[in-house]
Design a protein around this ligand. Structure first.
Ligand SMILES: [Zn+2]
Length: 258
């Protein structure tokens, strides 16, 4: 997870200073083709800089979320936290039964043109990881009813204004909020699936480190003796031998017997 912080201290929501006890996390998407977080925060070198002076760090906007997920200056996806997690956000209006502003931490997934699967998956992944961290932080069960919800789900439950985000975006890449909750739970269990490439890299690194270890004290003299007889070059005493290396060593050993 790539998480940075830039609080929107000039936003009325921050200024109001109301505090909530988080009971859940609400997922939004922005509804506008602006994948860069610098559209929404003043920014800096890392985040990218807002040039239109249309960021949310100013008074009289009547809206604020706790974080944005989108592209940083380098084009890679990250998260910028914009409010303390327990500050009451203004992100979902209200429904007939009340407002999730009083109960839910909120973040916006910064939409692009909604056609780029790689961008969607990167944003979705960061959203999952952030939600998992927040659930751990506030002892929330992401699979429990009403805890991790989209804005659209909040509207159906009567605790948010009538919006459909982020489902309209998720749908284009065969994801639902049910998938999102499951992925958050899986992330919390720590059983993320590893790719073959990640496994290969870890294995290569482990072998390299094994290869750099010296022989154990009990084996030092034996390795030296074998080296003196030409059975081994003595290198990588703690690493594995391949079958071709074994063939060479066995052959050398048989030759010394003759
Ligand atoms: Zn929303």
């Amino acid at each position: 997870m790539r998480l940075r912080r830039q609080y929107l201290t000039h936003n009325d929501c921050y200024q109001a200073g109301r505090v909530i006890v988080p009971r859940g996390v609400m997922v939004h998407s922005t509804g506008a083709d602006n994948p860069r977080v610098s559209r929404y925060v003043p920014g800096n070198e890392l985040l990218g800089r807002n040039k239109g002076e249309n960021h949310w760090d100013r008074p009289e906007l009547d809206k604020c979320v706790h974080a944005f997920v989108g592209r940083f200056a380098d084009g890679e996806v990250g998260i910028v936290q914009t409010l303390p997690w327990t500050c009451r956000g203004w992100h979902c209006g209200k429904g007939r039964l009340g407002s999730a502003n009083n109960t839910h931490i909120s973040f916006e997934l910064c939409e692009d043109s909604l056609d780029d699967g790689d961008y969607f998956r990167a944003v979705y992944r960061q959203g999952v990881e952030l939600t998992a961290v927040l659930c751990r932080m506030y002892d929330l069960n992401p699979m429990a009813d009403g805890v991790v919800i989209g804005h659209g789900e909040g509207a159906k439950r009567g605790i948010a204004s009538s919006h459909g985000d982020p489902d309209h975006w998720f749908r284009r890449f065969d994801r639902t909020m049910d998938d999102f909750r499951r992925d958050v739970a899986r992330q919390m269990e720590g059983d993320e699936e590893m790719t073959q490439g990640q496994f290969d890299a870890l294995m290569a690194d482990w072998l390299r480190r094994q290869g750099e270890k010296p022989a154990d004290s009990w084996a030092v003299q034996l390795v030296e003796a074998a080296q003196a007889k030409g059975l081994t070059d003595g290198s990588r005493p703690q690493s594995f031998a391949t079958r071709q290396e074994v063939a060479v060593m066995v052959n050398a050993a048989l030759n010394t017997v003759k």
